[in-house]
Ligand binder design. Structure first.
Ligand SMILES: O=c1nc2n(C[C@H](O)[C@H](O)[C@H](O)CO)c3cc(O)ccc3cc-2c(=O)[nH]1
Ligand SMILES: C[C@H]1O[C@@H](n2cnc3c(N)ncnc32)[C@H](O)[C@@H]1O
Ligand code: SF4
Length: 386
């Protein structure tokens, strides 16, 4: 006789789990957790043994932001030490240094639309000849592409309009926006997204959908441990799966554990239990099947990296020898050598990847102007081919 839990797990492995099955799996305890992780690992291994990562440099164009996410240690107010915009030349210099050191991804990120609430941001932009942070990002990205041969850009500067996605599209191999959560409850009074209008899940889902309808290879994901329930975790993953089913553009899903940052309202909130994060990874693996890359941040995961690989994660995202993780600055990046040894110990194999995954290299997903560059970069030893 199989238990209800085992019935749900079997349906999930066969790719026929409904929401109720997934909720039952999310409720796994004790021996059930081992069974859940084991099943997710077997699904993941049916797709291969590679563990991927991206050699990147991080370009945070500005830490000013219209939102105030309670967990964010990156954001600054005008006048705070270190607050403001990077000068235009700095990003191109970092990109060139990255290229010289073998980086293949420039991650361009920033706070969401700071000029909407901060006169200082609007003034800086106007003085430099830009009407918006997004327009500034486009100009910086154009300079980066003109001064390099072998890097590709991935932009996540928060929520964009359709026109803004179209403006950045020719400059980007892929774009990203974390859904964080599909729960509007987290935007209520006293909740982490109370004071962040563009963390409204309807707003985020709309942008992810716009990117899909414009054919942009897209990175998104969930933030775990900011007060969401298991039901909300499952629904967030299902919302991403639904958009991917309609547009096919979700190139990877990030499972990002909350990590307390000094000086933020959530500094005293505990990070999520690593086993719970592994359970989210496993449920995501069962929802998305063997071929969707599942990314976890290797610096935040630290000692639980082997646990996450054993739960079905297969990508470590961007790591860098040159630039810190500006978002979780207390967590240094591990080295390629460390990640490689850990993968070997599990019978897996660490491999570099580009900021656009192989399945999007062909078929019209890449902008014309980047196709040759991306294909030639994917010919490099060790990189997966189209
Ligand atoms: O699309 C995103 N990529 C993010 N990335 C990029 C990601 O790790 C990879 O480099 C991309 O997946 C490239 O495909 C980050 C990289 C960091 O070093 C630190 C934080 C992030 C956060 C995000 C993110 O929120 N969204
Ligand atoms: C760039 C991405 O970083 C994530 N992010 C922001 N602050 C934190 C934190 N304290 N811990 C973990 N992830 C965080 C959010 O998911 C955001 O979208
Ligand atoms: S997480 Fe992004 S949107 Fe939220 S406050 Fe930080 S920079 Fe702004």
């Amino acid at each position: 006789m199989r238990t209800e839990f085992e019935e749900s797990l079997h349906r999930a492995v066969d790719g026929r789990a409904g929401r109720e099955d997934l909720l039952a799996l999310a409720g796994a305890r004790g021996d059930e957790v081992r069974a859940l992780l084991g099943a997710a690992l077997s699904v993941r291994l049916s797709g291969g043994r590679s563990v991927t990562f991206s050699r990147n440099v991080f370009v945070p164009l500005t830490n000013l932001c219209m939102n105030r996410c309670a967990y964010c240690g990156f954001r600054r107010d005008p006048g705070d030490p270190g607050a403001g915009y990077w000068e235009p030349g700095r990003a191109a210099r970092v990109a060139a240094a990255g290229e010289a050191a073998g980086a293949t991804e420039v991650l361009v990120s920033s706070g969401d639309r700071p000029e909407a609430v901060h006169g200082e941001a609007a003034l800086w932009l106007r003085r430099h000849g830009y009407r918006s942070t997004v327009e500034y990002a486009a100009d910086v990205e154009d300079r980066i592409l003109r001064s390099t041969d072998r890097v590709l850009i991935h932009t996540n500067v928060g929520v964009l309009t359709r026109d803004e996605i179209s403006l950045l599209r020719p400059l980007n191999a892929s774009m990203g926006l974390m859904l964080e959560s599909s729960s509007p409850r987290l935007s209520g009074p006293g909740m982490p997204h109370c004071c962040s209008p563009t963390k409204d899940p309807r707003v985020r889902l709309r942008m992810i959908e716009d990117a899909g309808s414009l054919g942009v290879p897209f990175t998104t994901g969930v933030l775990i441990g900011i007060g969401e329930t298991w039901e909300e975790r499952v629904d967030s993953l299902l919302a991403i799966a639904d958009l991917h089913a309609r547009y096919g553009h979700v190139q990877e899903v990030i499972i990002q554990p909350f990590s307390p940052e000094p000086g933020t309202p959530m500094w005293k909130s505990p990070p999520p239990d690593p086993v719970d994060v592994a359970k989210v990874v496993a449920v995501a693996r069962l929802i998305f099947g063997p071929s969707m890359p599942l990314q976890a941040p290797p610096n935040i995961a630290g000692p639980s990296r082997p646990l996450l690989l054993s739960a079905g994660a297969d990508d470590w995202g961007g790591i860098s020898r040159l630039t810190p993780d500006y978002v979780n600055a207390r967590h240094p990046w591990p080295s390629e050598e460390e990640l490689s040894r850990e993968a070997d110990a599990l019978g897996m194999r660490l491999r570099p990847r580009l900021p656009v995954y192989p399945r999007y290299l062909l078929g019209g997903w890449l902008p014309e102007g980047l196709r040759e560059r991306a294909l030639s970069m994917s010919d490099e030893e060790g990189y997966a081919r189209a």
